[in-house]
Structure formats: structure tokens, C-alpha cells
Write a protein that binds this ligand. Structure first.
Ligand code: TXA
Ligand code: MG
Length: 338
């Protein structure tokens, strides 16, 4: 395939992106969470190209991105009342809802499930392009399957050059980790399948009950047959570097790393840890929101720098920190030191 075309957010370039999508091509598009690998969700061949470009297993379903509620209602059925309440509170934004699907949405999008994942993104460019195409866009994160999600157009080009038609540069993603994914269980109850910027605490202001799926909290490799969201069972977000997640105070963290035999090691620590830090290091912000923004680009940077062993100071396991922690235990292949 030809070199990837790099487009800007100008009206003319967005028209080009929309035309490519209407022709069944795959285009990298910015969203507020991470860059997406988008195709017309109603075009089977186009959706098949997403799986091919990413090297993604066919049973891992995609999210469809809509520009308004009417578009959601065209493809989802039996939408619970509380879904509308949550849409009102969090859309457009980083929340994905698993809803019963209508028959007009292809099995290739949903991995053969009878539900479809729907999200209304807030990024201006993504919203404009969906409206221009006039159909929902199926889009997983625009990384090669298994590697860290892309938060800049450069990350997309690094992974996808020669694999997709074009990428639109919308700058750095503001959230940095993928959307919170929820399913509905019974009356006024939701289950978080993937943590994101929208936290359990925030959701619980709008519904009776919020369950955090046990696979999110567990530090062990999920039991393949038990996962409710197929994406949970795959190795994820991994850089080439060997990643170890260390859950200690700064003092204990330093002691732990000192005892490691590795020569080429680097640490990923909080901004506030950096003063007089005794090893080579990178930092990833000082708050959970900043850690979310930076985590994927720092994992990619570790590979650019040729780091072999990366010791990461673990984020907190609650609030937005849980989203960062969830990505890191997968990046570390569940190698967590408590
Ligand atoms: O922020 C995001 O959600 C980004 C941007 C591009 O919108 N997209 C994204 O897509 O992260 P992806 O494909 O990387 O992750 C979608 C997750 C996967 O874990 C998948 O298994 C799950 O959602 N999923 C999709 N459809 C589902 C369904 N019907 N039931 C359960 N889980 C589903
Ligand atoms: Mg992904």
C-alpha cells in the first residue's frame, strides 16, 4: 500500500477524510481519548480492513462512534432509560455503552455478539467527520494490536504507515486513555468493563448501582472464558521493553529497584519523585489525570530510547488512577510487585 496521507483539521482536508471513508477506506482520526482507526461501520469490507490493518483478532468487537442520539437509535435496540440519563451527563465524551444491537449492524463489527458498543466522542474533528459521512464510524484504537494506544498522529503513522489510507492530525489527545466501557444489568445498574476518565464515583451519581468488573481489579491474568468484554483477554498496551509495575512508597520503590541486577534499566515515576532520584528515569505527571494523558506516549518513548527494563511506580488504584493502573498491569503482563 501507498504511504499514509497526513491530513490537517482544515475543512478541505476533513472533506478528503470523509470521502475516503465513504469509499470504504480506513482513516486514522483523533478523538479526545486516543486516536481511532475509523471505517464506515455499515460497510463490511471497510470494517474488515480495520481488523487487517491492526492485526486484531476477529472476535474482539469494535465501538461504533455516533454524532447524535438518533444515530445511536438507528443501530441499538431496547435502550434502557438510564442510558439516556448517562448520555445526557457524559456525552459527548469518553463513555462507551454496550447496548442490544439491531440487525442492521454487521456481525463483523460486534464479533458475533448480540450487543453493540456505542460512543459519542467529543473531539471536534471526529464529530465533524462522522456528520460528513452521515453514518457511524467503527473505530478501535489506532495502534497495532497489542502495542500502546496512540495519542498523537505521529504514533498512528509509526504503527500504520503503509497499512491505512490517511491520518488526520488533531494534536495530542486530551484524555490519553480509552473510554470507560459499561454494560447494563437489570434495572438502573451498570457494570464497568473497562475503566477510563469517567469513574465509578461519577457514574453512581446517575444510576442506582455501579459494579466494577472483577477483571479490572484483579492482578491476575483473566480467565479467558469468563470475560464479559472480549478485549480483556488479550495482551495489551505492551511496549518492547520489559515492564514491571511496583506498588510501593517512593523509598521502598528505590530500595526495590536498587536490588535489581539489570544494567539497562529506567524508571517511570511521578513528577514529584524526580528530585535526587538515583536512577535513569522518565516522569509521567503528578496527578492521575496527567498520568492518563502521558502513560501511552511514555511507554512508546521507552522503546524509542531502547530501554530494556522499565520499572513503573504504580498509580493509585481508585478514581482515574484505576484506568491508568488497568493499562499498566496489562503492559507489564501482570508482573506486579506489591
Ligand atoms: O476511547 C475509546 O474507546 C477508543 C476511541 C478510538 O474511541 N476506542 C477503543 O476501541 O478503545 P478498542 O476497540 O481499542 O476497545 C474497545 C473495547 C474492547 O475491549 C472490546 O472488547 C470492547 O470495547 N467491546 C466492544 N464491543 C463490545 C461488546 N458488544 N460487548 C462487550 N465489550 C465490547
Ligand atoms: Mg485498543
Amino acid at each position: 500500500m501507498k504511504d499514509i496521507i497526513c491530513l490537517t483539521g482544515s475543512d478541505e482536508d476533513l472533506e478528503t477524510a470523509a470521502s475516503l471513508l465513504k469509499e470504504g477506506e480506513v482513516v486514522g482520526l483523533p478523538t479526545e481519548t486516543v486516536y481511532g482507526l475509523a471505517a464506515d461501520a455499515t460497510n463490511r469490507e471497510a470494517v474488515a480492513r480495520i481488523f487487517e490493518a491492526k492485526g486484531r483478532p476477529a472476535d474482539n468487537p469494535l465501538i461504533i462512534h455516533v454524532s447524535d442520539l438518533k444515530m445511536m437509535e438507528e443501530y441499538a435496540d431496547d435502550i434502557p432509560r438510564c442510558a439516556y440519563r448517562l448520555a445526557d451527563a457524559f456525552w459527548p465524551g469518553p463513555l462507551t455503552m454496550i447496548l442490544p444491537k439491531k440487525n442492521n449492524i454487521s456481525d463483523i463489527v460486534t464479533g458475533g455478539l448480540d450487543t453493540v458498543a456505542v460512543r459519542m466522542p467529543s473531539h471536534d474533528i471526529m464529530r465533524k467527520v462522522i456528520s460528513m459521512v452521515g453514518r457511524p464510524l467503527a473505530a478501535p484504537s489506532a495502534n497495532l494490536s497489542g502495542s500502546p494506544s496512540p495519542t498523537t498522529a505521529k504514533h498512528v503513522t509509526d504503527d500504520m504507515n503503509g497499512r491505512i489510507a490517511a491520518v488526520v492530525d488533531g494534536g495530542e489527545c486530551s484524555v490519553g486513555v480509552e473510554s470507560t466501557v459499561i454494560s447494563f444489568e437489570g434495572y438502573d445498574s451498570v457494570r464497568i468493563l473497562r475503566p477510563g476518565l469517567v469513574t465509578a464515583e461519577e457514574l453512581s451519581r446517575y444510576v442506582d448501582e455501579v459494579i466494577v468488573d472483577e477483571n479490572i481489579l484483579s492482578d491476575v491474568v483473566p480467565e479467558v472464558k469468563e470475560v464479559r468484554s472480549p478485549g480483556m483477554k488479550y495482551k495489551h498496551y505492551s511496549p518492547e521493553a520489559h515492564v514491571v509495575l511496583v506498588r510501593y512508597s517512593l523509598e521502598q520503590f528505590i530500595k526495590y529497584v536498587s536490588a535489581q541486577p539489570d544494567d539497562s534499566l529506567c524508571c517511570l515515576i511521578y513528577d514529584q519523585d524526580a528530585e535526587n532520584f538515583p536512577f535513569e528515569y522518565m516522569t509521567y505527571g503528578s496527578t492521575p489525570v496527567e498520568q492518563a494523558q502521558q502513560i501511552f506516549s511514555k511507554l512508546r518513548e521507552a522503546d524509542k530510547r531502547g530501554i530494556k527494563n522499565l520499572y513503573v511506580r504504580s498509580p493509585e488504584k481508585d478514581g482515574v488512577g484505576l484506568a491508568v493502573y488497568n493499562r499498566l498491569i496489562r503492559a507489564a503482563g501482570y508482573e506486579v510487585v506489591e
